[in-house]
Design a binder for this molecule. Structure first.
Ligand SMILES: [Mg+2]
Length: 189
């Protein structure tokens, strides 16, 4: 079994939910930022129309369902001050069932220096959450930011970049196709 750790902004959502909300709300560093129900609703309204990335007929719904139905663990790792957005987006925009959304671990918080930080601390927290005792070649990282994929490669995780060689995010969903192939290879290999 593997663990899939997926970035959110410009990897699942075809836009940047944190930056969109941050135009109207302060950013808060660290885990568990506190927003009241009214703020959470207003923040959701700012981003709920951002479409997801798809690869033709292949959607994130299919990809995440395939991961979970094959017994893999799934987490979303995001630099975000608005973590409540992510499960809501998975439910209402991606169309995952409430039961499956509950199985997805959300590791979303803003580091001290978001411009220079990478996702390796988020990844380590996810592995701790799942009490992962396997090999790093069972941990698959998907991210549109080259800083994050380079850092994950340096730690010898499996990386599926959601960006081209120059670091430009894929907008055609190429990473969704690559993921489906990877899941199928893990099942047979
Ligand atoms: Mg991103």
């Amino acid at each position: 079994m593997g663990i899939f750790i997926i970035d959110f902004d410009r990897t699942i959502a075809n836009g940047h939910t944190h930056n969109t909300i941050a135009r109207f709300y302060k950013t808060i560093q660290g885990p568990n930022p506190s927003w009241n129900a009214e703020e959470q609703q207003d923040q959701w309204n700012l981003v709920k129309h951002i479409p997801p990335i798809t690869a033709g007929n292949l959607t994130w719904k299919t990809v995440i369902e395939t991961m979970l139905n094959n017994g893999h663990q799934v987490a979303i790792a995001s630099f975000s001050s608005y973590p409540h957005i992510i499960p809501q987006y998975l439910l209402q925009v991606i169309g995952l069932s409430a039961d499956l959304v509950k199985q997805v671990h959300i590791e979303a918080w803003l580091p001290e220096q978001p411009a220079t930080a990478n996702k390796n601390n988020h990844i380590m927290n996810v592995l701790q959450h799942f009490k992962f005792a396997g090999h790093k070649n069972q941990v698959v990282i998907i991210d549109d930011a080259k800083t994050n994929t380079d850092a994950a490669l340096a730690e010898h995780f499996v990386v599926i970049p959601a960006h081209d060689k120059l670091g430009n995010p894929f907008t055609d969903g190429k990473h969704l196709s690559l993921l489906l192939t990877t899941i199928n290879n893990m099942n047979t290999g």
